[in-house]
Design a protein around this ligand. Structure first.
Ligand code: NPW
Ligand code: K
Length: 502
């Protein structure tokens, strides 16, 4: 699913109006109907509860006026409040004229704002994608007042004051919505941690925008849905054998962190790899053999950390990093690996920290490698803290382009940067997965998919990120959020992958 800029969204609205031969008021009515239906079906406010619709001067305000009319007709006690400032758009004026006289409708006076009680529902239709500057004056006063009211706030299209696709001053006034109902597509802003408190839970409301125009528009950012990935994982052929699905090598673990190697190995096995060899320091030999009997184990001569690279000839993909530690000898193992490998790499955890601390190693990174940092590891990789989430995405894009690698940025909506530019945001997963070992599981799963030669690097990464989050979601009925362990995610990798098989 594409993430459009505010300007592209406007162009898509216009194309829809033209191609479907409807008026802009018709499209607005469609949008308002989608909001009203969501309110009635999902929020289900009790009859008699006060619903305040706050409208700005543009089409977002026009949506609000149409929603107020529809809610009134459905029997709700609605009142409309209008911002004084701003030039009214044509569709705002149209819907103002359509508003039944029985609905109380007044201009807002910043010195005498209506008493919004905590049990009320507020529909925020002040500003949407037409926001051209941070809110000030009257609008900022209203937004701050609503944020303090305690009412349930439902934002139409965007929380008012939030830019859809660009950073804004840290202290600017933005609605803190409980729910944001976005027309047709989500906005990039929804996927960034810095905006979580503004956006709340967001939903996408389809309004039948022109599919062909949407298909042809070029974008920098994608939100990857299950529908798009379903069928992308090739079925295992009837006469396939373990060689068909690749032989992976995992270099992982150090004294006290052999668990990371266990988790990554098991996730790799559940990810469908044909064969797995795990290289651990000698202290881990028995542990791997007992915990992951399906894996072969190659013990390093050193008891505590990796010091020697095994012969790489048998392997189709190599993973390095989980629990590795940052010992000088392990750094040299990484160096040798980067210098000699001819197969795809998956690089995680301490291997990333070693890359960050040693720019000479970073220069050796083979193109096509897949890196899986969390934000702190990524900061070490690029050697500079990000100013904000948008800047971090720029850094990510530039890093992938410069190194010709695939780079993940782990988070609630994990991002994947590709060497050729586009960013892909993952749509699965839950806060229960923010737990030790979850990243090791991801590395193992991605390693399995990179060892499968039937998959492109991009598909392997997208399928792995999706299946990892989905497996975490499938554990929830059994574990809840707090009780979710990394090993629970592994149990559900199989079912999560099965959903994607073509
Ligand atoms: N197009 C369609 O067919 C459909 C559109 N839809 C809906 O339309 C919404 C977009 O509508 P929109 O383009 O009219 O913009 P909107 O967000 O209402 O605000 C623009 C007004 O605000 C003003 N303004 C801006 N910043 C300001 C500030 N800081 N402080 C004060 N004023 C400020 C700005 O003035 P200006 O920047 O020119 O000074 C202008 O007057 C979209 O989010 C969706 O809800 C749906 O119905 C689906 C069909
Ligand atoms: K809004």
């Amino acid at each position: 699913m594409k993430l459009l800029s505010a300007a592209q969204t406007r162009a898509l609205d216009q194309a829809t109006i033209q191609n479907q031969q409807i008026s802009s008021a018709d499209l607005m009515e469609r949008a308002a109907t989608a909001v009203t239906n969501w309110l009635l079906d999902e929020l289900q406010p009790a009859y008699g509860i006060a619903i305040y619709v706050f409208c700005g001067p543009g089409n977002n305000g026009g949506d609000g006026l149409a929603v107020a009319r529809q809610l009134y007709r459905a029997g709700y006690a609605v009142q409309v409040w209008l911002l004084k400032t701003g030039k009214h758009s044509a569709d705002f004026t149209h819907n103002r004229q359509q508003l039944p006289a029985e609905i109380p409708c007044q201009e807002l006076d910043p010195d005498k704002l209506p008493a919004v009680t905590a049990d009320a529902v507020v529909v925020d239709a002040l500003f949407g994608t037409g926001l051209s500057r941070p809110l000030e004056g009257e609008a900022a006063v209203v937004v701050k007042y609503l944020n303090e009211s305690g009412a349930t706030v439902v934002a139409v299209d965007l929380p008012s004051g939030l830019f859809a696709d660009a950073p804004q001053p840290a202290d600017s006034a933005v609605i803190n919505a409980h729910y944001t109902l976005s027309f047709e597509l989500p906005k990039l802003a929804f996927l960034l941690p810095q905006n979580a408190k503004f956006v709340g839970d967001w939903r996408r409301l389809p309004i039948e925008l022109d599919q062909e125009v949407m298909h042809n528009v070029a974008v920098d950012n994608h939100f990857v849905t299950a529908d798009e990935l379903r069928g992308c994982l090739p079925k295992r052929p009837k006469f396939g054998h373990k060689g068909t699905f690749g032989h992976a090598l995992l270099l992982a673990g150090s004294r006290g962190k052999i668990g990371a190697a266990v988790l990554a190995s098991r996730a790799c096995l559940r990810g469908g790899v044909g064969l797995l060899t795990t290289r651990v320091p000698a202290v881990g030999y028995n542990i791997i053999q007992i915990s992951d009997p399906e894996a072969m184990c190659l013990a390093d001569p050193n008891p505590d950390f990796l010091t020697e690279l095994p012969d790489l000839q048998p392997y189709d993909a190599i993973g390095i990093g989980p629990g590795l530690g940052q010992h000088d000898s392990s750094r040299e193992v990484l160096r040798q690996l980067l210098e000699t490998t001819r197969v795809p790499l998956v690089i995680d955890a301490d291997a990333l920290n070693l890359l960050g601390a040693n720019p000479d190693l970073l220069a050796l990174l083979p193109p096509g490698s897949l890196l899986t940092p969390h934000p702190k590891e990524f900061e070490r990789l690029v050697g500079e803290p990000a100013r904000d989430d948008y800047h971090r995405l720029d850094q990510l894009r530039r890093f992938a382009a410069r190194t010709r690698c695939y780079c993940v940025l782990k988070g609630a909506y994990t991002a994947l940067a590709t060497p050729d530019g586009p960013l892909y945001f993952n749509s699965t997963g839950n806060p229960g997965m923010a737990t030790g070992g979850s990243g090791d599981v991801l590395t193992g799963l991605l390693l399995a998919l990179r060892a499968d030669k039937r998959l492109s690097p991009l598909d392997a990464a997208l399928l792995g990120l999706h299946a990892h989050g989905r497996a975490g979601d499938l554990t929830l009925p059994h574990t809840g959020h707090a009780g979710l362990l990394a090993s629970d995610i592994i149990r559900f990798i199989g079912p999560a992958l099965e959903e994607l098989v073509g």
